[in-house]
Write a protein that binds this ligand. Structure first.
Ligand code: NOJ
Length: 536
C-alpha cells in the first residue's frame, strides 16, 4: 500500500488547555500531553493535532497569536515542545500544529507597529480603511462570536441542535473596529483582538511562510490551517448581500486569491522531505466548495468538511452526506476527512443524546472512506460540561466541549486544584482510569475499532459502496485487493433486518465488549447500534 501516512492515519485532536495538566496549575500543557503519549499509543491513534499553544493574550484561547514562534508560558517552553515532538516520534506518532494565518493577536508586534501610524512600514500588513462615504464602517461584513447560535435539546429525539439566534439589534456585530489614533478602521472577521492579516502584502506571505519553516525545520509533520478559506479576500471589500450579511463573513468568504496562496503554500510543503501535510479548516458548509480547496492536487492535502458534523442522527441525512462527499471529492481526487466533534461545537455524545448512538457513531466515523479526526475525550464518551454563567470564559460560548479530560477517579481527576473549566458530567466513572479497566467501555470500543481499522487495508484505503439496506439503516462495503468489510449502522428506534449477501462474521459490534469477534453475523440490527463484519 503506497499511500501517504495522512491517508491511512487516525488523527487525534488535542486542545492543550483541556487535555492533561503536567504542572498542576489547573491548565493543561505540553508536558501533560507528553506524559499521556503511552496512553495514546495504547489507544492506537497515529497522529496528534495540537490546537494553538503559541504566545497569546488568550482573547480566543490561543487563536489570537502574539508570537507564532514561541510557546505561551501557560503551556511550557520550546524545549517542552521539542521533548514532546521527539517522544511522539519515538513512539511512531506524527505531530500537527495549528497555524493561524488569517489573523494575529492585536498584541502581536506586527499589529502594534501597523496601528502606530498610517506611514508605518507594516501599515499594509493589516486591512485598514477609511469610513464609508456615508460614515461608519467600510462595509457590512459581520464578525464571529456575536451570539449567532446556541445549542438546544429536542425532547422528542433526544438530540441537541444548533439553533440560530438573531443578534441583539443594539449589539455591534460588524467586522470593523475604529482606531482613534490613526483615524481608520481595521478588519477583524473574529474578535477586535484578532485583526485580519492582509495576504495581498508580499511581506505577510513571507513572514507567515517563515513561521511555517520554523516549525517544519523543528520536525513537525504538518499543520492544521485555521479558517484557511478566508485568507484571500476581494480587495474591493464589497458589501455582503442582505442574506449573507446575516451570517459571519468568515463562513462565506470564498475568493480565488486564496487558491493562489494555497498553491504557494503547497510548494513550500512539497520542498520538505517526508510527506508533510496541510489539513485546512474550510468552514464553508458546502462540500462542493470544500472540494475546490484540494485544487488539482496542488492545494490542501486534506480539507475538513463540516456538513456531516451538523447532520442529525438520521439514516437518510447521513446517506446524503456520504453520497455528497463521493460526488464532489472523487472527481478532483480529494481524499475525504470525517469529523464529529471538535473544540468549536457541542460534542457528538451531547448532540446525539445517547450513549448507544455515540457508540454507533464511533463505528461509523472509523469505517468511512477517508481520514477520521477524533477530538480528545470522545473516546471516553464525554458529554459537554454544564457551565454556570459565572464560570463561562469563551466569547464564542464553546466552553462546554472544552471541559478538562478526567484521567482519574479522585475529585481532582488528575488536575491541579482549580481546573480552568468544570469537568464534564460523571467525570469519575467516565475517567480514563475507570474505562481502561472495563472492556465494555467506550474507550475499549474505540481501541477495538482502531485496531480493526489498522488491520484492514480495505478499511484504511479501500473503495466504498453503499448497499441496499432496511429503512432507518445504512450498510456499506469497503474493499481493497480482496480485503473486504461490511459496515451496518442503525439510526432507527426499531430492530431492523440485516440482509447482506454472503457469509459474514462479526468483527466489532458497537454495543458489545469485544467477545463478539468471530461470531456469526446476526440477521437483524438493534436500534442505534453499528456492526463491522468480515468474511467468514
Ligand atoms: C476556527 C477555530 O477552530 C476557532 O476555535 C477559532 O475561534 C477561530 N477559527 C478563529 O481563529
Amino acid at each position: 500500500m503506497d499511500a501517504p501516512w495522512w491517508q491511512t492515519a487516525v488523527i487525534y485532536q488535542i486542545y492543550p488547555r483541556s487535555f492533561s495538566d503536567g504542572d498542576g496549575d489547573g491548565v493543561g500543557d505540553l508536558e501533560g500531553v507528553r506524559r499521556r503519549l503511552d496512553h495514546l499509543v495504547w489507544l492506537g491513534v497515529d497522529a496528534i493535532w495540537l490546537s494553538p499553544f503559541f504566545r497569546s493574550p488568550m482573547a480566543d484561547f490561543g487563536y489570537d497569536v502574539s508570537d507564532y514562534c514561541d510557546v505561551d508560558p501557560v503551556f511550557g517552553t520550546l524545549d517542552d515542545f521539542d521533548r514532546l515532538l521527539a517522544d511522539a516520534h519515538d513512539r511512531g506518532i506524527k505531530v500537527l500544529i495549528d497555524w493561524v494565518p488569517n489573523h494575529s493577536s492585536d498584541q502581536h508586534r506586527w499589529f502594534i507597529e501597523s496601528r502606530s501610524s498610517r506611514d508605518d512600514p507594516k501599515r499594509d500588513w493589516y486591512v485598514w480603511r477609511d469610513s464609508a462615504p456615508e460614515g461608519g464602517p467600510p462595509n457590512n461584513w459581520r464578525r464571529n462570536f456575536t451570539g449567532e447560535a446556541r445549542w438546544e435539546r429536542d425532547p422528542q429525539s433526544g438530540e441537541t441542535r444548533r439553533v440560530a439566534v438573531p443578534p441583539d439589534p443594539d449589539a455591534d456585530t460588524g467586522a470593523w473596529t475604529w482606531d482613534e489614533r490613526t483615524g481608520q478602521w481595521y478588519l477583524h472577521l473574529f474578535l477586535p483582538e484578532q485583526p485580519d492579516l492582509r495576504w495581498d502584502e508580499p511581506a505577510v506571505v513571507d513572514a507567515m511562510h517563515d513561521v511555517l519553516r520554523f516549525w517544519l525545520d523543528r520536525g513537525v509533520d504538518g499543520i492544521r490551517a485555521d479558517v484557511i478559506h478566508a485568507i484571500g479576500k476581494d480587495p474591493a471589500l464589497p458589501d455582503d448581500t442582505a442574506e449573507l450579511a446575516a451570517v459571519p463573513h468568515s463562513s462565506t468568504n470564498d475568493h480565488p486569491r486564496t487558491h493562489e496562496l494555497l498553491r504557494d503554500l503547497r510548494r513550500l510543503f512539497d520542498a520538505y522531505p517526508g510527506d508533510r501535510m496541510v489539513v485546512g479548516e474550510v468552514y464553508l458548509l458546502d462540500t462542493a466548495k470544500v472540494a475546490e480547496y484540494y485544487g488539482a492536487g496542488d492545494e490542501l492535502h486534506l480539507a475538513f468538511n463540516f456538513p456531516p458534523l451538523y447532520t442529525r442522527w438520521r439514516a437518510e441525512s447521513w446517506r446524503r452526506r456520504i453520497e455528497e462527499v463521493a460526488a464532489h471529492l472523487d472527481p478532483v481526487g480529494g481524499w475525504p476527512t470525517w469529523v464529529l466533534s471538535n473544540h468549536d461545537n457541542a460534542r457528538h455524545r451531547t448532540r446525539y443524546g445517547t450513549e448507544s448512538r455515540a457508540r454507533a457513531a464511533a463505528l461509523l466515523l472509523l469505517t468511512l472512506r477517508g481520514t477520521p479526526f477524533l477530538y480528545a475525550g470522545e473516546e471516553l464518551g464525554l458529554e459537554d460540561a454544564v457551565i454556570p454563567p459565572e464560570a463561562a470564559v469563551d466569547p464564542g460560548g464553546r466552553d462546554g466541549c472544552r471541559a478538562p479530560i478526567p484521567w482519574t477517579t479522585d475529585p481532582g481527576h488528575g488536575w491541579g486544584p482549580e481546573p480552568w473549566l468544570p469537568f464534564p458530567p460523571d467525570a469519575g466513572i467516565r475517567s480514563a482510569a475507570v474505562q481502561q479497566d472495563d472492556p465494555t467501555s467506550m474507550l475499549h470500543l474505540y481501541r477495538r475499532l482502531l485496531a480493526a481499522r489498522g488491520g484492514s487495508p480495505g478499511l484504511r484505503l479501500g473503495s466504498m459502496e453503499l448497499l441496499p439496506a432496511a429503512t432507518g439503516t445504512l450498510v456499506w462495503r469497503r474493499e481493497l485487493d480482496g480485503d473486504e468489510r461490511v459496515v451496518a449502522v442503525s439510526f432507527s428506534d426499531d430492530v431492523a433486518e440485516l440482509d447482506v449477501e454472503g457469509d459474514w462474521l462479526l468483527e466489532v459490534a458497537s454495543d458489545r465488549d469485544g467477545s463478539e469477534a468471530g461470531a456469526e453475523a446476526p440477521a437483524t440490527i438493534e436500534p442505534d447500534t453499528a456492526l463491522l463484519l468480515r468474511h467468514a
